[in-house]
Structure formats: structure tokens, C-alpha cells
Write a protein that binds this ligand. Structure first.
Ligand code: GDG
Length: 784
């Protein structure tokens, strides 16, 4: 693959400085010793290799995987082996034989593969195999760490290495790490059967970007994420251990041109002609089926359907041959050996039942074919049968269409393959519905050439566009984008220099607004939410700032009206209660509702939360005018973690219909009207151009809405660590109080100087008296 011309956008594939480390179970070569004590490298076949080959060819990129070292190498031989690998930009992971077997056959292919493909009957959970899986993932981690340099992107592939992203994350907190799963991700009910579901979930969440072939798998993964580890998401964006990560679908394509052109080669055309003349093929239509011998591919079911087809449509006897290519695979796993026996027997039965002297219905191969031979079979076949019971994507159907570029050929495709989401013009079948498959076989064989072309054209056009190269580029671009978004979420500590600039801006502004969250910002947390009344110094500070001539102070809190009023009602500060539901101007006696709201949803939700209070010692229910809050600060954190997931699930789906939403706070889950938040309330100040200086400070998720709504010019400060949209961070409430003290000193100095330095008689602005108007918002305001 050649270098791309430079574009404005930085393209990962073209940037030699950002090296890519591809990590997969196997290296993309089969390696055997050759006579001269050297090594013979043969590219392995398979979807993963096909997709990543162009990337691997880029200078500097490395592929790391388990290398099947030829037996009996001495130290010198081993060094030669590693050199030979390095020449092909490969780095080996060496595995202990027993561990390799347990990890690969015992866990990956006996637990994960069957379960993820929906075959619990083939699934074996074995603690010893799991332990080997953990050890091998750790070996991979060590091998990557030995190789990785700052700035590298690490792209981990497939179900063999689901723990690797988080193992790497622990060692390289800032690295760019991607993970792609090549097989389906099952629904929650299936995934939850895994005894190690939490570990696997956490393992994958170490990545910045998690990719799947299809959106359904994304949905399943996100649902398990929520239910198993309590991580919520918004459009696939989630926060895992405080780090932003993205989950998305990237359907893998093929190297379209390679297949299209190969099918046109004279050598291949010759093979195609020979195939048609082969004994038993003359005058027959060819139906083709190609795959690894795997129970997920539905081979026995396809054979039985073919048998039924010949029974139902005897006119096709002697006129059609099913070419069945099965590639040996995982022969050491018991269920695969049993499948091989079953397929052999079925082929024997069908051929025994239907064959004539000059016609054999099933032409059966149990081996891997050379590329040209495979392509010639694709090109020569009138019908392609791709009817897996479950398949992450399936590339064979795509390769078949590429080999028929601009031409006919009928594709029968299982709805259970990821590819069916893209190839809906094919004859789509449910592989479990034998009658349906039999009908599709007949339709395919009898389909006029014009209809075949009409169906194929749009699919071929899409496949030519969305190639494997494009897939890889999109994934890496998306991974780079996650890194940019993460960078936008990390605040700079408000050190002496920036605090100095803040103070200068404060002094220089005609008017200034301080929007201060209460708990966790002005006061530290306590186990008892009722015992966090302001101390005398805080009250004095707020009094001093609120009374200063050019300064307006608002406490923007999630607390209820009564509490705020009793603590701060006598101070010259504005109050916002219940995360923006209520507003009370500093000289007012009454509270005003920011929006017309209803609380008639509470009766339905209260018993659910109350039930959780009963079941979770130490937790409590707080009832505010328009929200219900479940507090769990005082509970066992392990139990609370589980209960948070459960309460979300219990309230789950009905919330949106009622116009309410769940909000995660600091050790609280709050149910409240949707669309009303502190950010919305803060517009009252943000939209007022008179404020030359605005400071907004807060500590938790609910304050992020304020930071997000704040104009560029505002000084946004997050208290504590973790990702934030605020520009600055302070470590704790003590530092926040110190900052406010400095502002108070500045105010006192101004008073002593006897001037407001700006507007004559600048008192409070009238705008704060006016009832709040609804600001246009990106999110719809759902009302109860
Ligand atoms: C996994 C997922 C997902 C097959 N026989 C021969 C041969 N092949 C090549 C095909 C194709 C590849 O192997 C098979 O890829 P699939 O996608 O069909 O299936 P899996 O091996 O199960 O791959 C799957 C894939 O990963 C990629 O993410 O699509 O869902 O299960 O390229 O051409 N190649 C040669 N001779 C053969 O006999 N030369």
C-alpha cells in the first residue's frame, strides 16, 4: 500500500511518527523450519489478517503475537528466529506449552467462542483454563511493554486478549489503546453466564476505543457494561475509572480490488474453465460453501437443507453440485472433532442417497485451498451459500461478490452473520428455518441473470468503497479522536500563576459573578448530609463577597430549598436549589420555579427507592420538591456498587416516558425531571454580557453541566480530580476556600480604595430580578 498524499487532517496511517503496534493471538504467518536451517514464512488466511495486512505493511508498524516457535531450537537458533521475525516487523510472544493450550483451547475456544456465538451447550467453564488465560494476557502485556514507546498506538484484537487493554492501561495510563472484537458480543442474558464476566468487562474497558462489527454487538456490550459494572453511557461514550472511552461499530470490509482483479487473471479464468469441465460438474450449476470447520458456521444444517432441497425439487438432481470446502480448524478441541465426524457422515449419507453413475451431489474438500483456487471457485460458482448460525461478520460472502464485480451470481446469506446488516440485497435466510433455506436455494438457482446483477450492483459498490483499509483507518482516526476528547477533559491545576491571572481578571472586571456549588466545593463531605451546615468563616466569607460592590454571588446547589434557606437565606447571595429547579434572589423572600414542573411521577418511583433503602443498610432516601435522592455514602461500597446498578435497572426504561431522568452524583443517585440542570440555571449569569468575570466552581457530575454551559471566557474550576470540562482544578474545598479568601481580600482593598473602579453606583443588575426565561438548549426539555 502506498503512502497517501498529505491532507489537512492528520491521518494515523500516514504518520510515521505514530507507530502502531497490532496485537493479536497469532502472528500473521505460519512459520516452519526450511532445509537450510532458515525459516519458511507463509501468510495465514483469515479475516483478521486480511483486514490488518495493509496496516502492518506501513513502515515502522509492528505486529505482536504468539509465535509457534519451531521445536528444538537452541539459543542461537532462537536468536535467528527472532531476527527473521523482526525482518517481517513481527515480535513474538513466547508461551509455555501448557499455558498456551489452556488459554487457547481451554478458555478462548471452549468458553468464549461458544458462549459469544450462542452455543452454551459447547461451553466449558474451567477455573484452571481461566487462570491460564489471565497469565497469558499478562505475558502479552509484558511483551507489549517491552516494545512500546511513548506516542505509539496499541491496537488489541479479539476474544483471546480481552484482559489486555486494562493490564496495559495500568502500566501506561496515557497510552492510546484500541480493542476490536471480531466475533459477536452476546446479549446480557448470555454474557452474564460467564463466571468471569466482571473481569472481562473491566479488561476491555481499559481501551480508549472499543470496536465491534455491528451495532447490535455495541448495544449488547453497553447493556452488559451498565448491568455488570454499572458504567452508563451516552451515545457510546462512557467513563471508565474516570477516563473517557468510546464504543462503536466498525464493520470490517475486504481488499475489494485484490479479489476483483484476481478473478480476472488468466490463470484463474483457466481454472474456472477447468472447473466447469471437471467430471461430475458438466452441465451442472455450482453452489459453493467455504469456511473453517466450525459449529458456528452451520455446515450440518446446510447439508441437511441441501438434502431436503434434492428431495423437494427432484428436477434439480443431476443439475447442481454443492462444492463444500471446509478448512481444518481447532482440531484439538473435542467439539470440533465431533463436528468433523458429523459432516463426514452427512456428506456420505447425501451422496449415498442421491448420487448417480455420473453425478455426485456434494463435492467435499477438507483442506485449505491456495488463494487462486479459492478465487476460481468463487468466480465459477452460480450460487454462494453463506448460512452460518452465528458469525461476527463473515468475509467470504464479501469476497464472493468482489469476484463477481459487475456481474451476476446469487448470494444466499444468513441473517445471523454481521455481514447481513450491510448486504440486505442478498437472499437473506434464517439458517434455522430449513424450509426457508431450501426455498432460497431454489430461488438462487432459478434467479434470472438480470436480477442477480441488479441485486449485486449496490452491494458491490458499497464493498468497493468500505474496504478493510478504510475500516482500519476509521478505527484509528476514531481512536485518535478519543485521545483529543480526553485531552479536552483534563483540567490544569490552578496554581499560583493562573490564580494570579484569575485575580487580575477579577479586579479588572466591571461586574463579576461567582457561581459556587455547595457540598464538596464550599464544604467538605460528611457522612451525614444534614450535618454540613456552613461554619462561621464560610458564612462571613460569603457575606463579604456578596456585599462587595461589583460582585454577585450565587450558591448553585442540589440541596432542597428549605436547607439552603436556613443556612444561607440571610446572606446577600442568590440561591439555586435542587440542581436548578428553584431560584431565590438574594433580597427576595420567595422561591421561583425555573420551569413549570410536575412531581406526580414520585408516587411510582418512591416505593422502588424505599425498597432499596430497606435492602441496603446505611443508605437513605431524601425527598425534595421535584426529586428523589438515594444516598449511599454510608454503605459498604461493594454492596452500594451493586445496588447502584440494580436501582438503575429497576427504574430503567420507564423513566424517559415519565419525563424524568437518573443522575449520578457524589455517592447519590438522584431521580429528577429531565432537562433541568445546574447548567440551565447558570445561563441566567452566563448570558448576561455585563459580567466581565465569571467564576463557576463545583465538584461533581452535576456541576459538569455548568462547565459545559459556561462561555469560553469563564473561569471554570473543578474541585477534586477526575475528568472534567472545567478549565482548572483545585485539589479540595480547602484550596477553594483559600481562593475565595483572596477574592474577598481584593474586594476589601477595593472598598478601602473607596471606588468600584467601574460603573457609577453599580448595584445589582435588574436582570437578576426578572423571571428566568427558557434558554434554547441542545437537549430537549422533557416535561413531566
Ligand atoms: C472471524 C469471525 C469475521 C477460508 N477458507 C480459505 C480461505 N479462507 C479465508 C476467506 C476469508 C477468511 O478465511 C475467513 O474469514 P471469515 O470472516 O469468513 O471467518 P472467520 O475465520 O471465522 O473470522 C468472522 C472475521 O473474524 C474478521 O473479523 O468476519 O465473523 O468469525 O478471508 O477467504 N483462504 C484460503 N483458502 C481457503 O481454503 N486461501
Amino acid at each position: 500500500m502506498g503512502r497517501k498524499p498529505a491532507t489537512g487532517k492528520v491521518n494515523r496511517m500516514d504518520n510515521p511518527h505514530n507507530r502502531l503496534i497490532i496485537v493479536s493471538n497469532r502472528l500473521p504467518y505460519r512459520i516452519e523450519p526450511d532445509e537450510r536451517e532458515g525459516f519458511a514464512f507463509t501468510r495465514t488466511v483469515g479475516g483478521l489478517v486480511a483486514g490488518l495486512e495493509p496496516l502492518h505493511a506501513q513502515p515502522g508498524n509492528v505486529w505482536l503475537g504468539w509465535a509457534d516457535e519451531p521445536a528444538g531450537l537452541d539459543e542461537a537458533g532462537r536468536a535467528r528466529f527472532e531476527r527473521a521475525l523482526a525482518e517481517r516487523s513481527c515480535a513474538p510472544v513466547r508461551l509455555d506449552e501448557r499455558d498456551a493450550e489452556l488459554y487457547y483451547e481451554g478458555f478462548s475456544n471452549s468458553a468464549l467462542w461458544p458462549l459469544f456465538h450462542g452455543f452454551p451447550q459447547h461451553t466449558r467453564f474451567d477455573e484452571e483454563a481461566w487462570e491460564a488465560y489471565v497469565r497469558v494476557n499478562e505475558r502479552f502485556r509484558d511483551a507489549v511493554l517491552a516494545l512500546a514507546r511513548p506516542g505509539d498506538t496499541i491496537w488489541v484484537h479479539d476474544y483471546h486478549l480481552m484482559l489486555l487493554p486494562s493490564l496495559l492501561r495500568e502500566a501506561l495510563p496515557d497510552a492510546s489503546i484500541g480493542f476490536f472484537l471480531h466475533i459477536p458480543f452476546p446479549d446480557y442474558e448470555t454474557f452474564r453466564m460467564l463466571p468471569w464476566r466482571r473481569e472481562l468487562m473491566r479488561g476491555v474497558l481499559g481501551a480508549d476505543l472499543v470496536g465491534f462489527h455491528a451495532y447490535d454487538y455495541v448495544r449488547h456490550f453497553l447493556s452488559s457494561c451498565r448491568r455488570i459494572v454499572g458504567v452508563e453511557n451516552e451515545s457510546g461514550t462512557l467513563f471508565a475509572d474516570g477516563r473517557l472511552a468510546q464504543v462503536d461499530a466498525f464493520p470490517l470490509g475486504i481488499d475489494y480490488v485484490r479479489y476483483r482483479d484476481a478473478a480476472r487473471l488468466p490463470a484463474v479464468r483457466r481454472l474456472v474453465a477447468e472447473l466447469g469441465e471437471e467430471k461430475g460438474h458438466e452441465g451442472c450449476k455450482l453452489m459453493l460453501s467455504v469456511e473453517r470447520l466450525d459449529y458456528s458456521k452451520g455446515i450440518p444444517e446446510r447439508l441437511l437443507a441441501f438434502d431436503a432441497f434434492l428431495d423437494r425439487f427432484p428436477e434439480w438432481r443431476g443439475r447442481v453440485v454443492l462444492v463444500l470446502v471446509t478448512v481444518p480448524s481447532r482440531e484439538n478441541v473435542a467439539s470440533y472433532a465431533a463436528l468433523k465426524k458429523q459432516v463426514d457422515e452427512l456428506v456420505g449419507l447425501i451422496n449415498g442417497k442421491h448420487s448417480t453413475m455420473d453425478w455426485t451431489p456434494v463435492d467435499y474438500y477438507y483442506r485449505s485451498l491456495p488463494f487462486e483456487r479459492l478465487v476460481s471457485l468463487y468466480a465459477a460458482s452460480d450460487v454462494m451459500l453463506v448460512t452460518p448460525l452465528r458469525d461476527g461478520m463473515n468475509l467470504v460472502c464479501k469476497e464472493y461478490l468482489a469476484c463477481h464485480d459487475g456481474g451476476g451470481g446469487a448470494l444466499v446469506l444468513s441473517e445471523m452473520a454481521g455481514a447481513s446488516y450491510e448486504l440486505h440485497e442478498a437472499l437473506c435466510v434464517n439458517p434455522f428455518d430449513q424450509e426457508g433455506v431450501v426455498d432460497a436455494m431454489r430461488r438462487a438457482l432459478e434467479m434470472p441473470e438480470a436480477e442477480q446483477r441488479r441485486r449485486n450492483a449496490p452491494m458491490q459498490e458499497r464493498l468497493a468503497r468500505y474496504t478493510s483499509e478504510k475500516w482500519a483507518r476509521e478505527f484509528l482516526d476514531a481512536a485518535a479522536d478519543v485521545k483529543r476528547r480526553q485531552a479536552g477533559l483534563s483540567a490544569h491545576l490552578l496554581g499560583p500563576t493562573s490564580a494570579g491571572r484569575l485575580l487580575e481578571a477579577f479586579r479588572g472586571a466591571r461586574r463579576r459573578a461567582l457561581l459556587l456549588d455547595y457540598d464538596g466545593t464550599l464544604m467538605p463531605f460528611s457522612d451525614d448530609p444534614a450535618r454540613v451546615a456552613p461554619d462561621a468563616r464560610l458564612r462571613a466569607l460569603l457575606q463579604q463577597l456578596g456585599a462587595a460592590a461589583r460582585t454577585d454571588v450565587a450558591v448553585v446547589s442540589g440541596r432542597d430549598r428549605a436547607t439552603l434557606e436556613s443556612w444561607l437565606g440571610d446572606l446577600p447571595v442568590d440561591l439555586v436549589a435542587e440542581h436548578g429547579i428553584w431560584f431565590r434572589g438574594r433580597d427576595e423572600r420567595t422561591w421561583v420555579l425555573e420551569e413549570p414542573l410536575s412531581d406526580d411521577w414520585k408516587d411510582a418511583v418512591r416505593p422502588v427507592v424505599a425498597d432499596f433503602v430497606d435492602r441496603t443498610p446505611g443508605s437513605m432516601l431524601e425527598e425534595k420538591d421535584f426529586s428523589l435522592v438515594w444516598h449511599y455514602r454510608m454503605c459498604s461500597q461493594e454492596l452500594a456498587e451493586r445496588r447502584v446498578i440494580e436501582i438503575k435497572n429497576a427504574l430503567g426504561d420507564g423513566l424517559a416516558d415519565r419525563g424524568i431522568a437518573l443522575m449520578d452524583g457524589n455517592k447519590v443517585v438522584e431521580v429528577k425531571p429531565r432537562g433541568v440542570d445546574k447548567g440551565h440555571a447558570a445561563h441566567r449569569w452566563f448570558r448576561d454580557p455585563a459580567y466581565g468575570f465569571v467564576l463557576a466552581a463545583g465538584d461533581d457530575r452535576t456541576d459538569e453541566d455548568v462547565f459545559e454551559a459556561a462561555p469560553e471566557s469563564a473561569w471554570t474550576v473543578k474541585i477534586g480530580d477526575g475528568p472534567t470540562r472545567a478549565r482548572y482544578a483545585l485539589k479540595n474545598t480547602g484550596e477553594m476556600r483559600a481562593l475565595l479568601e483572596q477574592l474577598a481580600v481584593a474586594c476589601a482593598e477595593e472598598d478601602a480604595e473607596g471606588g468600584d473602579g467601574a460603573s457609577p453606583g453599580a448595584g445589582r443588575r435588574d436582570v437578576l430580578r426578572a423571571p428566568a426565561t427558557v434558554m434554547p438548549r441542545t437537549r430537549a426539555l422533557a416535561r413531566a
